[in-house]
Design a protein around this ligand. Sequence first.
Ligand SMILES: [Cu+2]
Length: 292
Amino acid sequence: MRLTRLLTRKWAPRALVVAALAVVATGALAGFAWAAQPHPWQMGMQPPATPVKDRLNAFHNELLVIIFLISGFVMALLLYVIVRFNHRRNPVPSRTSHNTVIEMLWTIIPVLILVMIAIPSFKLMYYMDRVPNPDMTIKVTGHQWYWSYEYPDQKSLAFDSNIIQQADLKPGQLRLLEVNNPLVVPIHTNIRVLVTSTDVIHSWFIPSFGVQEYAVIGRVNESWFNVEREGTYYGECNQICGVNHAFMPIKIVAMSKDAFQRWLGEAQKKFAHNQPAEDAMRVAAVSAPAGN
Ligand SMILES: [Cu+2]
């Protein structure tokens, strides 16, 4: 048979060795912890920085085991059939066409496997959905083509976050990921994120937080994160939103609660012109026609 001949040629064992080496190298690279940003030749995911991403990673690894077991089992069956039932060893094939037991098994076992996957998957989805006791709220608004951030609990601090153009990058700044005003958050804080848009659909995506939320016009979508350690985290708009879709990155700086309070004081001065002045709101309320 053709396959038997193929296997006995010399290149076959060599190809197997190369494939094995490739698998080992991939595993080694995937295990390497990258910084919370994309990296050349990156193989694995960015290291988790929130409890949600920890659980997503664990779930991903569990699924990987199941996938490997299923693939190995199917591969072994195929090899067995090729070797045991080839034309030479099995010249007169059996005419069997039905076997109730096997047909039951190959229906019920996959269903059980899917249920086994679905239960932790749904648990995780509800865990990711919303946080029961948020310590603070951040509102994220997508625009063509930048993000704006608001801190409604902190005297409505608000600012825009625009990409730094390639020509203006300083040494060490990341191309296509650096912004003028990053989102700053305290660590060890349950932060509720409200995501919306003013023009088209965007998506606010931070890989190492496990957060990916659609920004939809006229709708508020909710997500949350609790950053476990200080650092800088990068993300991108993850929904094709027009010609500059690739140029509206997300940069988040997570700092200690004390440092965050200091930053807050400075930011409230720096972005004071963005805040809806309380006086202006009062005037508007007073001058509204009576009877409304
Ligand atoms: Cu976008």
